[in-house]
Ligand binder design. Structure first.
Ligand code: GDP
Ligand code: MG
Length: 348
């Protein structure tokens, strides 16, 4: 999973990056692809720890989330811009956007107007891209009427200033646009960057309704405060966190928020060589799960042997699971559940 932090200059993006990853942000401008600074978060997962310990696995592979922070562009002069437009090509392949809204002592923006102006940039960028594509489609005789019609529908929607994540698309439309990387279709988590005193505060019901109406979820983070916690030991960290009214560090809370917002679940493969956690969208099947592990496994899929985590946690071994009749044989269309431990039989 790959996300990127965007927002106005000085909104605290690099501080948010540091709070989430523990990595010191880079300062100074950069150009092109060099602007992206990746940080990795390994998801803390008690179920995975249990599997590793029970199987005595040699290796543990948690779900990993990549977060990108972007260095400022040296050519960018506009101080007050909602979003640096030269950033847009760098965020097209991301799975989700973290949009930082500053609400700390030195910089305060109201949630809704700040979100709207950033959304406006995303919508505009998509419109621009769609329009250029339509021009080409009109000239290209091999292009389908279907794509033309779909593009016109998309452009009409964007023209009204609405993000594409609110437009219902058919599976064929999704297919046609899959390589476009439309920005206003990406899941957005609005990260309110606040002072420690407001770390556990909440937005108003009216704000929540307005944000949800845009298909956006809010995540609150006292970035400067939490970026300093990395210097403390575990005990010191939890002491400071509870003083701020928080029950987990930023990294863990972000993962929970992203999982909920993106509709993700976790499934596992486990054995002697490794215990491995994998993310999957809710509603996806055993065949989709196989594809996440390896395309060859999906291609040669025969069947899946599945046990729910709770059953495994009670019985604690493959043999006992089988004995108790808790090992299920499932076909490719089986809808995966959170916590499923799966072994896929396949032929190459
Ligand atoms: N007090 C306070 N200052 C912050 C917070 N977040 C960022 N800052 C300060 O705001 C300035 C800009 O932050 P930075 O992360 O570099 O912003 P960026 O341009 O969006 O990457 C820096 O001086 C930070 O120390 C915060 O939560 N609280
Ligand atoms: Mg920065």
């Amino acid at each position: 999973m790959k996300t990127g932090i965007i927002g106005a200059r000085g909104a605290g993006k690099s501080t948010v990056f540091q709070a989430l990853t523990g990595l010191a942000p880079i300062h100074g401008a950069a150009e092109g692809k060099n602007r992206a600074r990746p940080g990795q978060i390994k998801v803390t997962d008690r179920r995975l720890d249990f599997l590793e310990a029970t199987y005595g696995s040699k290796k543990k592979v948690p779900v990993e989330l990549t977060i990108l922070d972007f260095a400022p562009n040296p050519k960018e002069q506009k101080e007050g811009a909602a979003l640096d437009p030269s950033l847009l090509p760098l965020i097209r392949d991301l799975d989700a956007l973290l949009v930082v809204i500053p609400q700390f002592a030195a910089m305060h923006k109201d949630l809704l107007p700040a979100l709207e102006s950033i959304e406006g940039e995303l919508v505009f960028a998509d419109f621009d891209q769609g329009e250029r594509r339509l021009e080409r489609v009109k000239k290209d005789r091999s292009a389908t009427e279907f794509e033309k019609t779909a593009l016109e529908r998309v452009l009409k929607w964007l023209e009204d200033g609405k993000p594409l994540r609110l437009l219902e698309m058919t599976p064929q439309e999704i297919q046609v646009f899959s390589s476009f990387g439309f920005l206003s279709r990406k899941p957005v988590l609005a990260v309110i960057n606040c002072e420690m005193e407001a770390a556990a505060a909440d937005i108003t019901e009216a704000e929540r309704a307005a944000v949800h109406a845009r298909g956006i979820e809010v995540f609150r983070l006292a970035a400067a405060f939490e970026s300093e916690l990395w210097e403390l030991d575990a005990a010191g960290q939890s002491e400071m966190l509870s003083a701020a009214g928080l029950d987990a560090p930023a990294r863990d809370r972000l993962i929970t928020a992203l999982y909920a917002h993106l509709g993700l679940i976790t499934f596992y493969t486990a054995g002697d060589p490794e215990a491995h956690a994998w993310p999957l969208h809710r509603g996806e099947t055993a065949l989709d799960a196989a594809g996440v592990i390896h395309s060859d496994i999906a291609r040669g899929f025969i069947r899946a042997e599945v046990v729910g985590f709770e059953d495994f946690a009670t019985l604690k071994s493959d043999a006992k699971v089988k004995e108790a009749g808790k090992l299920r044989l499932e076909g490719r269309d089986y809808v995966m559940r959170d916590g499923d431990i799966i072994h896929i039989r396949f032929k190459v």
